[in-house]
Write a protein that binds this ligand. Sequence first.
Ligand code: ADE
Length: 227
Amino acid sequence: MKIDILTLFPESFAPFRESIISRAQKAGTIEINFINIRDFSNDKHKKCDDAPFGGGAGMLMSVQPVYDAVKSVLTEKSKVIFPTPAGKIYNSEKARELASEQHLIFICGHYEGIDERLIQLFNAEELTIGDYVLTGGEIPTMVIVDSLLRFVPGVLKQESLSEESFTNGLLEYPQYTRPQVFNGLAVPNVLLSGNHAEIYKWREQASKQKTIRNRPDLLKGDENDEN
Ligand code: ADE
């Protein structure tokens, strides 16, 4: 898989570069490139923002540099992603779907966003990572790329994936490590029993309880199934 990240601030990916690139390299099949949109600006001052037609607060990213930056990496196999608070909800299911693509291009938006025609021209998928507004598309891009790479074969051990939150529609069960008693709180006995069938049952039950407590919305589908 190849991932091209188009951004006005490639340096903001510095911490991400370390961890994600080494993880990607371990998988052996992933290439990640950072492309500076400003390098594509035809403006003599390399300007990359412009006022929106119709007025309103703030500026948009200029169309030309974004268009040319996308064109420089686009092939018929590419899927273009535009992280935006106005997008569809990004979740684990979408992460799995994106992980099977051959080439992803991320446009990191800034200012008030991008010209709608860029979304149309590149058939870009608009995705939001949650109902809040961040100052740019770099952090959402890091979130999306980090989470989808987990589903690229070879990046993670398979068992880490099968037991983590969202894989089976439930949150992950609680985990404990040494010591057996900490600040007066003991590890549940069953986890010390060595009885794998009982441990499995306990974890399933504890997963359900945690999901009811923290994310009852995830169980709504189950209720509907019974009706
Ligand atoms: N850009 C700014 N806020 C965002 C969000 N919540 N999700 C995706 N992209 C964004």
